[in-house]
Write a protein that binds this ligand. Structure first.
Ligand SMILES: Cc1cc2nc3c(=O)[nH]c(=O)nc-3n(C[C@H](O)[C@H](O)[C@H](O)COP(=O)(O)O)c2cc1C
Length: 220
């Protein structure tokens, strides 16, 4: 597959098939992704895969937290408020995604169901947890983690798989640490769900928009 095709075919999948992904396939993808650059070649990424029973245990525990009304307590602070024009893009994404899924603005039940689905990795059979050591400089190590993460997304497309980065998967990092046996010295940065995209579900086919290149690229 051409790189351009992998880039253009990648999208966030919000409806996966339950079929398990062979561990060899995940290993093959990550083995290739490790060739991304990092600050001073520090390679700060650590990846722990939750699949099978572990993925199930995690999503059930997350659902429990959400039902109890416990707010997220992430290791890495999440953005609270976006200024314009970012806020409009953020709100626009939510609107167009829910519309494409046939969920009306006032359908609180369907919205809550979609929200809860997020904590179940949208049905993905596996979630890759991207971690850094707590002793590292957070912004630049997270940048490096982003490189490896998005490369995994593109390689997954090449394997006929789909992915989605999930902040929701790291809302309760103490649970992740406990279920996946991760020491307290590690920070859970992001979850990356992986699996086979549902072939026809709107939540699997949805495409987000982008501003045209002239809007953000200039030659000084
Ligand atoms: C760091 C990060 C965290 C994200 N967390 C979530 C999430 O919790 N739930 C969700 O539905 N999408 C999440 N996404 C997916 C974004 O909404 C998505 O990447 C964006 O809308 C662009 O769409 P695309 O990935 O389909 O191109 C996340 C993406 C990133 C990069």
């Amino acid at each position: 597959m051409e790189l351009n095709d992998a880039i253009l075919n990648r999208r966030s999948i919000r409806h996966f098939l339950p079929d398990p992904i062979p561990r060899e396939t995940i290993t093959k993808i990550v083995d290739m992704a490790r060739w991304v650059p990092s600050w001073g070649n520090t390679q700060p990424w650590e990846i722990v895969v939750a699949d099978g029973e572990k993925a199930k245990t995690l999503s059930e525990a997350f659902e429990n937290e959400v039902r109890k009304g416990n707010p997220p307590r992430p290791d890495i602070a999440m953005p609270i408020e976006f200024p314009e024009p970012y806020k409009s893009r953020y709100m626009g994404l939510g609107r167009s995604l829910l519309t494409s899924m046939g969920i009306a603005r006032d359908d609180a039940e369907a919205r809550a169901r979609h929200w809860m689905n997020m904590y179940h990795f949208f049905g993905a059979p596996a979630c890759l947890y991207l971690l850094i050591d707590g002793a590292l400089n957070e912004p630049y190590s997270c940048l490096d983690l982003g490189f490896v993460g998005v490369t995994i997304c593109h390689l997954a497309v090449q394997e006929g798989l789909g992915t989605i980065f999930l902040a929701a998967a790291m809302h309760y990092p103490d649970i992740v640490r406990s279920v996946l046996d991760i020491p307290d010295t590690k920070k859970i940065v992001i979850g990356l769900a992986i699996g086979k995209p549902h072939p026809s579900s709107p939540a699997s086919l949805f495409r987000s928009e982008r501003d045209p290149v002239e809007k953000f690229l200039r030659f000084a």
